[in-house]
Write a protein that binds this ligand. Structure first.
Ligand code: NAP
Ligand code: MG
Length: 396
């Protein structure tokens, strides 16, 4: 039996992923390891019962222990409020946790030999780090229906010296938008990307459109350069290269490249490009995600949601074929990181063994339906949710 010294913060969730979560613990973890976790139940009913305090407590626990893994959770909308009789539409737990840890989300596809990516040149995962604050996601817009002048104006708190610039003199209808970002947020983003690149030993790419946006985008470029400079020794020691590009060049290079890079993206680029990369590699069920804070805290999860459609079938007692790989990798990511931080080689090795068992299982032709549809060669049949996890346990 493998021992752990310091616990992992375990954050349980909802629906099909909650079902998978407990299967992973029972079949892949508990038989081999004295699993030490500090457990937080973030199911929608518990968040409602505690007025969402449980979400904040879970984030604080990650601050204390450094490593967490999270099951997918429902972000309630009006229908969910009705379905569960909620007090209100609680905010997205991921948003709350990200706010408390001040982190950046990195997405990483898991690749198998027999699940060919749509892009032929891709051999290794393309990791995407998306800046998750500001730009058009905190915009102010005006729809203009008549002639007039739109201006941008900054009023300092402690002086009279306003800065005003004309945006456009409208002769008729049109639109204007104001966006912003902050030095603090951009710096945190840059530092999280540097930490992740060092932790995963990946070349770090960052791109903007600074040829057109000579102040706004250039500000991002300059802060990135400064943070890279400050971390020069750490980057060199880990043999991690930094490359700055123009965004259009980056897009073209990423398609031709074989992967194995961390692509740091401004907010909108990250939103769009992470979906492009996910689709290019195949299935949402193979996409993991990790939140990294600028001071080196890690929270691992699957990039997909609670797979509600499959859960409805499960509730009716029908068989399901839900891919558990991203949830398994949320656990192995956290266990591997715990081992790395605690100098517990056996723990890290155990995590890699589970990942290897997953790979062997899928590459031997045992897979869930989402992968079955993409596989080459195609196996005779696909596995149910339970059959797949049992097969991984068998290999393990
Ligand atoms: P979803 O859970 O990601 O599922 C969307 C569809 O993608 C599924 O119906 C399924 O397609 C496919 N899919 C996703 N994961 C899969 C897996 N592991 N195996 C096989 N197929 C998979 O997104 P959603 O249905 O839009 O959202 C459901 C709930 O999740 C919502 O309440 C939302 O708030 C929440 N959510 C949470 C997170 C998070 O916690 N990080 C993220 C996103 C959404 P088929 O139906 O075609 O098989
Ligand atoms: Mg998107």
């Amino acid at each position: 039996m493998l021992e752990m010294k310091i616990p992992i913060v375990e954050i349980d969730g909802d629906e099909m992923t909650r079902v998978i979560w407990s299967m992973i613990k029972e079949c892949l973890l508990k038989p081999f390891i004295n699993l030490k976790t500090e457990y937080y139940d973030l199911s929608i009913t518990e968040r409602d019962r505690t007025d969402d305090q449980i979400t904040k407590d879970a984030a604080e626990a990650i601050k204390k222990y450094g490593v967490g893994c999270k099951c997918a959770t429902i972000t309630p909308n009006a229908d969910r409020v009705k379905e569960f009789g909620l007090k209100k539409q609680w905010p997205s737990p991921n948003g709350t946790i990200r706010g408390i840890l001040d982190g950046t989300v990195f997405r990483n596809p898991i690749i198998m030999k027999n699940i060919p990516p749509f892009v032929r040149s891709w051999k290794k995962p393309i990791h995407i780090g998306r800046h998750a604050y500001g730009d058009i996601y905190k915009n102010i817009e005006i729809l203009i229906n008549e002639a007039g002048i739109a201006k941008i104006c900054f009023t300092p708190e402690n002086s009279e010296e306003r800065i005003t610039k004309e945006i456009h003199s409208f002769k008729g209808g049109g639109v204007v938008m104001g966006i912003h970002n902050t030095e603090k947020s951009i710096r945190s983003f840059a530092r999280s990307c540097i930490n992740y690149a060092i932790s995963e030993k990946l070349p770090l790419w960052f791109a903007t459109k600074d040829t057109i946006s000579k102040t706004y985008h250039a500000y991002f470029r300059d802060i990135f350069n400064e943070e890279v400079k400050k971390n020069e020794d750490r980057l060199k020691e880990a043999d991690v290269m930094y490359r700055y590009l123009l965004i259009d060049d980056a897009v073209a290079q990423v398609i031709k490249n074989e992967g194995g890079i961390l692509w740091a993206c401004m907010n909108y680029d990250g939103d769009v490009m992470s979906d492009m990369v996910a689709a290019g590699f195949g299935s949402l069920g193979m996409m993991t995600s990790v939140l990294v804070s600028p001071d080196g805290l890690f929270e691992y999860e699957a990039a997909h949601g609670t797979v509600t459609r499959h859960f409805r079938e499960y509730q009716k007692g029908n068989p399901t074929s839900t891919n558990s790989v991203a949830s398994i990798f949320a656990w192995t990511g956290a266990i591997g990181k715990r081992g790395q931080l605690d100098n517990n080689k056996n723990l890290t090795e155990f995590a890699r063994k589970i990942e290897y068992s997953v790979k062997e299982t899928i590459e031997s032709g045992i897979m869930t339906k989402d992968l079955f549809l993409l596989a080459d060669p195609k196996p005779d049949k696909y596995a149910s949710t339970e059959e797949f996890i049992d097969a991984v346990a068998g290999k393990l």
